[in-house]
Design a protein around this ligand. Structure first.
Ligand SMILES: Nc1nc2c(ncn2[C@@H]2O[C@H](COP(=O)(O)OP(=O)(O)OP(=O)(O)O)[C@@H](O)[C@H]2O)c(=O)[nH]1
Ligand SMILES: [Mg+2]
Length: 429
């Protein structure tokens, strides 16, 4: 089984900041607080899109940052929440948190959605902090930072198209020039002994999975040669690409090759003949190939498209890939008679429960206390440090979490430096 995987970074939008504002009305010299709350930051949502077959798009875009919420405004107007960022993924995508190993989502059904990174909540405006003791507080909160995550997307892929043909006709060479797969290529027969899969992208940005199968020979359906055990791989493909060596340098007749392989496919499983086929006339860079192709066309009675190409010089590949992509799109899936689960390929996924740590304290080379931790960092980011009252509130929150006690226990004295993110404070006894 082939697993397409890609690592990406997602970040929910930050919440909008709350503001400090006061009512200004005629004849009311000191109005009450009127600072609105910030809006919620956007979530990053993954949504299954049936038509997608690979994770190719993620190779170009690996960062997904959602918009922040609008800031609060005066007159108690709240900032607007940001619209979620919807990212399309193919069915079968499994999303894992890289740092914890947690499986965040297993996305299978068309339209299914999952929030992958939450947007932060909006910060509260000063109206929310009014109390009878402090009716006009000068305090507001910044928006909560959006959730940040490094995630791994994994997609088990089945081949959409299978390359079949005699040994040494150039199946592996073709796969190697249209995908990033690096199959072994050799001038001897049976170079390929297990199927290779690769993700192919067309110039118009469609993508599909191509399998290069071991060469088939007469009697393959009875187990002669190597191909037999792998024929089942093409039972799953929607399209069969029949690769023929048009140079005929090995002495076989290309048209005979075509008939032999088709009869092997038919003997193996009649239903293989229901799949649309494309003939690839390969090795057209060799002078003899032109005449052989003419003779081949004259004999061919089936209504099958022929694409003359050279895998080596890459001639004729563009149109071939367009046609394959078109056929995949218009051919329904072939349900398997027996559904088999490949045990060895079942992923082992670890689940770590990682509690949101309150705080950690370490000391740097200058002897300063360095404070880290998800919760304390988040609280700090939500503090509007331009306002004294907000800073005082933050100091209370730190005390509440037991940070002051912990610092004292570690020997912190009045005036010692405490660092948090890019800021420095003095420890006050
Ligand atoms: N001149 C020429 N040689 C080619 C072309 N494509 C492949 N070959 C050569 O043909 C030989 C066989 O190529 P492979 O890609 O290994 O063939 P295969 O069909 O995968 O063979 P098996 O894995 O043995 O079934 C190699 O020596 C290639 O370099 C082509 O377009 N032109
Ligand atoms: Mg090969």
């Amino acid at each position: 089984m082939f697993v397409d995987q890609v690592k990406v970074f997602v970040k929910g939008g930050d919440g909008g900041n709350g503001v400090v504002a006061y009512r200004r009305e005629k004849y009311v010299p000191m109005g009450g607080p009127a600072g609105g709350d910030g809006g919620k930051g956007a979530d990053v949502i993954f949504q299954v899109e049936e038509g997608l077959r690979t994770l190719m798009d993620f190779r170009y875009q690996r960062h997904f940052k959602a918009k922040r919420g609008e800031h609060g405004m005066s007159k108690n107007q709240h900032g607007k929440a940001a619209e979620p960022m919807v990212v399309k993924v193919p069915p079968g995508t499994i999303v894992t948190d890289v740092n914890t190993g947690e499986v965040i989502a297993d996305l299978t059904q068309h339209g299914q959605q999952k929030v992958i990174a939450k947007g932060g909540r909006g910060g509260r405006g000063n109206s929310r902090f009014a109390t009878p003791a402090n009716p006009a507080p000068e305090i507001s909160e910044n928006g909560e930072p959006g959730q940040e995550r490094d995630i791994m997307l994994e997609l088990k892929v089945l081949a959409d198209v299978g390359l079949v043909g005699f040994p040494s006709v150039g199946k592996s060479t073709l796969l190697s020039v249209v995908s990033s797969a690096k199959p072994k290529i050799g001038e001897y027969h049976f170079t390929t002994i297990v199927p290779n899969l690769g993700v192919v992208e067309t110039e118009d940005n469609r993508s599909f999975v191509m399998a290069d199968l071991p060469g088939l020979i007469e009697g393959a359906h009875q187990g002669i040669g190597l191909g037999h055990q792998f024929l089942r791989h093409i039972e799953r493909t929607r399209v069969i690409v029949h690769v023929i060596d048009m140079s005929a340098l090995e002495g076989r007749d290309p048209y005979e090759d075509y008939l032999t392989i088709n009869s092997e496919l038919k003997e193996y499983n009649l239903r293989l003949t229901e799949r649309p086929q494309i003939i690839v006339a390969n090795k057209m860079d060799i002078p003899e190939a032109e005449d052989n192709l003419e003779a081949f066309k004259e004999k061919l009675q089936d209504d099958v498209p022929i694409f003359p190409i050279s895998a080596i010089t890459r001639q004729g590949l563009r149109d071939l890939l367009f046609t394959i992509a078109d056929l995949i799109e218009t051919t329904p899936e072939f349900p398997l008679d027996v559904v088999e689960e490949d045990e060895a390929s079942k992923r082992v996924l670890y689940r770590h429960e990682k509690a949101e740590s309150d705080f950690f304290i370490s000391r740097d080379s200058e002897g300063a206390f360095v404070l880290t931790g998800d919760k304390i960092e988040k609280l700090f980011k939500m503090t509007n440090i331009e306002r004294d009252e907000s800073i005082k509130r933050f100091a209370r929150q730190m005390r509440g979490m037991g940070i002051d006690d912990a610092l004292r226990e570690l020997g912190a004295k009045h005036g010692d430096i405490v660092k948090l993110l890019e800021f420095e404070f003095e420890f006050i006894e």
